[in-house]
Design a protein around this ligand. Structure first.
Ligand code: ADP
Ligand code: MG
Length: 699
């Protein structure tokens, strides 16, 4: 037996924190008492017994029952960090950076330790852990990267995969990797957490079927109301429903689900305005919750509405306006009313165009139930659905695993790097379509990351070290040759950051004017570079960058994020031997060099102008029609564009595009990639490139 016999943890006797030696504060005991009432805590005896006797365990419990925050601590208390006489760490993998950060900060608070000491976290661009960290919270992506350095993950005694019911692409593939690692390391324990009972497939995936422990539910009845007819403007309907609940329903907080970040911000603005007119019914406190928010702001959703603030003799009420993240990942306490627009933003992948787009789609029936049940966690509640019941008949029963609707380039490259040569036969929980896998292999081959035999190349190894998608990685790797390392780095950091431009509803025009001040006529990538330079200049001149950002409607969070990402990427570039070379700003090749460098990474994302009048472009490989997004800073419609992403709304739009020259495609693109027979007959690029090639061979 490798583990010490687990002892049921006793509440600490002395008034002293064993981790730090410092005395516990009263808040510790206050939180402890709350923790001990959580269902996951109460199930700890059964849990430890099953952990002891199994290598893999699946644990199901409703959102908020204490899985994420309590189970790692229970394992720590029971001595699971000591394995075969060695101190190892317990790893908790979350599907998003926000959930990672939130869990790490919360547990530090509960244990009264500093972040980065005994408890810490690793996300894409941040590592707040030390050699002593016993509870390590990681994003799924971060665990992938650790596996590349340490394929058997020997630093860990237990690995917890959280939210496995979401079936994100990364979690799915991690399950496959861990399944192999466990064969080589029989002492490694794997704990899979789920907020939904739908885990049969996951259980069956493991040898002999993983046992299941269900934490007892204690939900109350929730009364459900549907709209009579579909609401065209669900945002307006949502705001109206919040107001109605606030003015007519008894005490209790509200959780409103909307699909898009912009809509959440807008709804918050509208509700704050509205709340002034509803003072007679008590103070309404509005909080937003979605992935891009700063962590401190998201933690505010957990604070109770300030009860002291009685207004007109009524207690105050909190309304949390949230994305799908609040469905299971971040369960907010005290919700009595759920208002659900019934929509979610989802990744969709089209293997033909090889592009991922985000689309707003109806939620699954399972999600609708999950959202509803959140209203009944503490007492009976109500759920207002902003859609008619009949609309749900053609909704999917549950969400399809993300791996079936994602671009697999990054995942396939990582698998190759980890030594899984035959990715087509990798033991996936649900295998993606062979077409998507073939496309990923093909793209990696074009990018020079794997050779014609499917073996990883030097470029591929370098790309694996850079925590960005392979196209950006390729751009960074090629940057020294194009003499624009520093600029490519800044652009890459900006592309990885949050949305840069703020679009406040009441200052739309001023925001657009501000944006125009930074616009580069050759394209959005260069505009982003201008913004980054201007921001850095402010700091260099000793000015307060937050003022500069506010005046120009630039998101300070995005800029700070980009700065951190840039530093991180720069360190890696230097460590893998990429030189920091730049062209002099006065040199007329300064911008062309950068644009060529963009093509070296994004040659698979080129569009060619078809109709000046309609502003229609065609994508080269499949001839699909795309338009320029109205937000672009391109002042005209260039004939050739390299772009970063597509957005799907009424039409397919190019976002973040920059003008290029067709000659560059032939010079910089991989050999044969732009041969005319590879280009769609529907695209005029075919004949244009043909002409160019023949003119060249004549010349
Ligand atoms: P689960 O993972 O099972 O969904 P959690 O462990 O995240 O549940 O949450 C347990 C309890 O702690 C819930 O009541 C939740 O609202 C609360 N909680 C979680 N994170 C925080 C936080 N950062 N601040 C305050 N309360 C929190
Ligand atoms: Mg959780």
């Amino acid at each position: 037996q490798y583990n010490q016999t687990p002892q049921p943890p006793e509440p600490p006797r002395q008034n002293q924190n064993p981790l730090t030696g410092a005395p516990y504060t009263p808040r510790f005991y206050y939180l402890l008492e709350k923790r001990q009432r959580l269902p996951a805590w109460m199930a700890r005896q059964d849990f430890l017994k099953l952990m002891q006797s199994n290598q893999v365990l699946v644990l199901v419990g409703e959102p908020g029952c204490g899985k994420t925050t309590q189970l790692p601590q229970i394992l720590l208390d029971a001595g699971y960090h000591v394995q075969m006489g060695q101190v190892r760490a317990i790893c908790c993998v979350q599907p998003s950076p926000l959930a990672t950060l939130s869990a790490s900060l919360r547990i530090c608070e509960e244990l009264e330790v500093q972040v980065g000491t005994f408890v810490g976290h690793v996300t894409r661009f941040e590592d707040r852990t030390s050699g002593d960290t016993l509870l390590r919270f990681l994003t799924d992506e971060a665990l992938f990267r650790e596996a590349m350095e340490d394929p058997l993950l020997e630093r860990y005694s237990v690995i917890i995969l959280d939210e496995v019911h979401l079936r994100t692409c990364e979690t799915d593939v991690l399950m496959g990797i861990l399944k192999m690692v466990m064969q080589r390391r029989p002492e490694l324990k794997l704990l899979l957490l789920s907020s939904s009972m739908d885990v049969k497939k996951v259980q069956a995936y493991f040898e002999g079927g993983a046992p299941l422990l269900q934490v007892p539910n204690r939900t109350f009845a929730v009364e459900v109301f549907h709209c009579q007819d579909a609401e065209k403007d669900y945002l307006k309907a949502a705001v109206r429903t919040v107001a109605q609940v606030h003015t007519t329903e008894p005490e209790g907080d509200i959780l409103l689900f909307l699909p898009l970040e912009d809509e959440i911000d807008l709804a918050c603005q509208l509700l704050r305005k509205e709340s002034v007119h509803m003072m007679n019914f008590g103070d309404l406190q509005v909080r937003a919750l979605y992935l891009g928010l700063p962590i401190m702001e998201t933690q505010r959703v957990f604070e109770p509405a300030a009860q002291m603030k009685m207004m007109a003799g009524k207690p105050s009420r909190k309304v949390v306006v949230a994305s799908a993240i609040a469905e299971t990942s971040l369960a907010v306490d005290g919700i009595t009313y759920v208002i659900d627009a019934g929509l979610v933003k989802q990744r969709a992948y089209n293997p033909r165009t090889r592009m991922e787009v985000n689309v707003v789609t109806p939620i699954s029936k399972a999600s609708a139930l999950q959202r509803t049940s959140l209203a009944g966690r503490q007492r009976p509640g109500k759920c207002f659905r902003l859609y008619p019941e009949r609309a749900t008949s053609d909704w999917p029963e549950k969400v399809y695993p993300e791996i079936m609707r994602s671009s697999l380039t990054t995942i396939v490259l990582m698998l190759k790097r980890l030594g899984f040569d035959d990715v087509v036969h990798f033991d996936f929980v649900d295998p993606p379509s062979p077409e998507a896998l073939m496309r990923a292999l093909e793209s990696l081959n074009h990018l020079g990351c794997i050779d014609d035999n499917g073996n990883i190349t030097e470029v591929g190894n370098q790309a694996c070290r850079l925590p960005v998608d392979p196209q950006i990685a390729r751009m960074l790797i090629e940057a020294p040759a194009h003499r624009c390392s520093n600029e490519a780095l800044s652009i890459a950091a900006m592309l990885c950051s949050l949305p840069v431009w703020l679009r406040p509803n009441d200052a739309f025009r001023a925001a657009n004017e501000a944006k125009a001040r930074f616009a580069h006529m050759d394209g959005d990538h260069l505009t982003l570079l201008n913004v980054f330079h201007a921001y850095k200049q402010q700091i260099q001149d000793g000015h307060d960058p937050s003022r500069f950002c506010a005046e120009n409607f630039i998101s300070i969070r995005a800029m700070r994020h980009a700065e951190i990402a840039r530093d991180h990427l720069k360190r890696i570039m230097e460590s893998i031997g990429l030189q920091m070379i730049s062209t002099d700003f006065q040199d007329k090749e300064y911008y062309p060099n950068i644009r060529r460098c963009l093509v070296s990474g994004f040659f698979m994302q080129i569009a060619c102008l078809e109709s000046e009048k309609r502003g229609a472009y065609s994508m080269l490989r499949d001839g699909q029609e795309v338009m320029l997004h109205p937000s672009t800073s391109l002042g005209h419609r260039p004939e050739w564009i390299v772009f970063h992403e597509l957005a799907l709304s009424s039409k397919l739009f190019i976002k973040t595009g920059t003008q290029i020259k067709p000659e560059w495609l032939l010079d910089i693109g991989p050999r044969g990639y732009f041969d005319s027979q590879k280009i769609s007959e529907k695209s005029s690029a075919r004949s244009k490139l043909e002409k160019l090639t023949s003119r060249r061979s004549e010349g």
